[in-house]
Design a binder for this molecule. Structure first.
Ligand code: V3L
Length: 85
């Protein structure tokens, strides 16, 4: 299967793509059957929970966002906070 998957996290009115390194880590963990993946994003640790498909900030679990795994051509706001124009 040569299909490329892209991971997305929830923004205020749309989806953001994870950066390439995070996407690679998420795919590896997901395909390995892990229940979650931990990422360091801009100095903060986040857990991506594959059962509930949410990203949760470790230091403040009230900060949570939906995540999705989908085709890379899905309409998105941009990549990791950098807007598409
Ligand atoms: N990758 C990059 N930055 C992230 C990620 C991530 N996976 N998760 C959180 N942040 P929180 P709109 C987002 C950033 O969840 O206008 C977007 O990337 C997050 O950035 O409360 O609402 C945009 O830059 C936020 O700045 O821990 O769609 C920005 O929000 C900060 O970490 C605005 O997007 C705290 O997120």
């Amino acid at each position: 299967d040569t299909e490329q998957y892209q991971w997305y996290y929830e923004g205020r009115n749309g989806w953001w793509k994870y950066d390439e390194r995070s996407n690679t880590e998420l795919e590896a963990a997901f395909n390995n059957g892990d229940v979650e993946c931990t990422l360091l994003i801009a100095g903060a640790l986040y857990s991506i929970d594959f059962q509930n498909m949410v990203q949760v900030r470790r230091s403040d679990p009230t900060r949570r966002r939906l995540v999705r795994r989908d085709h890379s051509m899905l309409q998105a706001k941009g990549v990791a906070g950098i807007k598409h124009f």
